[in-house]
Design a binder for this molecule. Structure first.
Ligand SMILES: Nc1ncnc2c1ncn2[C@@H]1O[C@H](COP(=O)(O)OP(=O)(O)OP(=O)(O)O)[C@@H](O)[C@H]1O
Length: 302
């Protein structure tokens, strides 16, 4: 019997060109034996409602067609359910960090082929209080920029929109004071930013959390201590090359849970979306969802 999939599609996510291919995407899925119906999202949070509805309706597969924000919303619609359909990803977004972490091709044919091969892998999910994330959580200078960039600008100039916002924010960088309690440590530190990551592909950087594994039940925590602008730029340029871990401004460790408080107002970014404010507890839910991945072993991003 053919499997039934619900394709949840964000018509406003980054890559206009690919969205024109939706009819072909659907045909390709049907020919491969996956009977697919679609839901186009109408605004913030709609992909979460659509995913929850797809679970209730007993779909075998939910396909998130959009960027990291769409995947995040879909995860939030399924994470709390007892029955969680297998998940597929078609990267239509601007950065598509999570698709990159799973080596899912940027071409629609490649992404659909990964779904048709039906090799699903169990992946850890992060829980922040009542919300869930699949790739990264973070706070502090710069981490807010992903949800501050207007979606129209992302559509027009792609990832460049994030870089421009980053440059605009640089002169206004401020440290925040954090109290951190993790599995095996507790400390107080003034920091520029902190990242709690599930994968090694975050924020457009490919080697930011080089030891992160998607199914080890652990977060990789990366903290940039308080520093001046020149130091900040120096460490970011090291991070672009994946050479930042030995730097004295960096704290890097793994943990299953982490509780973060601050006397400052600190927004939390979950997979590129606004997720709330501190204080928060982050917990890793090991191997919580199944996602179709490429089995070829060959990186499609090199
Ligand atoms: N119809 C819609 N109109 C406006 N916003 C929408 C609509 N549908 C979804 N959204 C919002 O779009 C955002 C998600 O965008 P998405 O991540 O898919 O694309 P992106 O931002 O271009 O890609 P990336 O996150 O990979 O850079 C979410 O904030 C979501 O609430």
């Amino acid at each position: 019997m053919a499997k039934r999939a619900r394709l949840i599609y964000n018509p406003t996510s980054g890559r206009e060109e690919m969205k024109k291919r939706l009819p072909e995407i659907l045909q390709h899925l049907e020919r491969g034996g996956i009977e697919t119906s679609t839901h186009a999202t109408i605004g913030e949070g709609d992909a979460t409602l659509a995913a929850a509805e797809a679970v209730e309706r007993g779909f075998d597969i939910i396909i998130a067609a959009g960027g990291d924000g769409t995947i995040y919303e879909v995860i939030n619609g399924v994470a709390e359910k007892d029955y969680r359909p297998q998940l597929g990803i078609i990267p239509l977004g601007t950065t598509n960090d999570f698709a990159r972490a799973l080596n899912i091709p940027r071409s629609w044919e490649g992404a659909v082929d990964v779904i048709l091969q039906q090799h699903a892998r169990y992946i850890d999910v992060g829980k922040m209080d009542q919300r869930y994330f699949i790739n990264i959580a973070g706070g502090g200078s710069m981490t807010e920029l992903t949800y501050e960039v207007p979606s129209k600008l992302k559509t027009m100039i792609g990832q460049m929109a994030y870089y421009m916002k980053g440059l605009e924010k640089l002169p206004r960088l401020r440290p925040i004071e954090l109290h951190i309690r993790a599995d095996d440590r507790e400390f107080h530190e003034e920091v520029m930013l902190f990242l709690i990551s599930n994968s090694n592909s975050v924020g457009g950087f490919e080697k930011l959390a080089p030891d992160a594994s998607l199914n080890d039940g652990l977060f990789d925590v990366l903290i940039l201590k308080k520093c001046n602008l020149a130091e900040f730029i120096r460490v970011v340029s090291l991070a672009l090359r994946g050479e930042h871990l030995g730097d004295p401004n960096i704290i890097y460790f793994q943990t299953k849970t982490i509780h973060v408080t601050s006397p400052d107002y600190v927004q939390i970014n979950l997979d590129g979306e606004f997720g709330g404010t501190l204080p928060c507890t982050f917990t890793n839910l090991p191997c919580h969802v199944q996602i179709f991945i490429d089995q070829s072993g060959q990186s499609v991003y090199k």
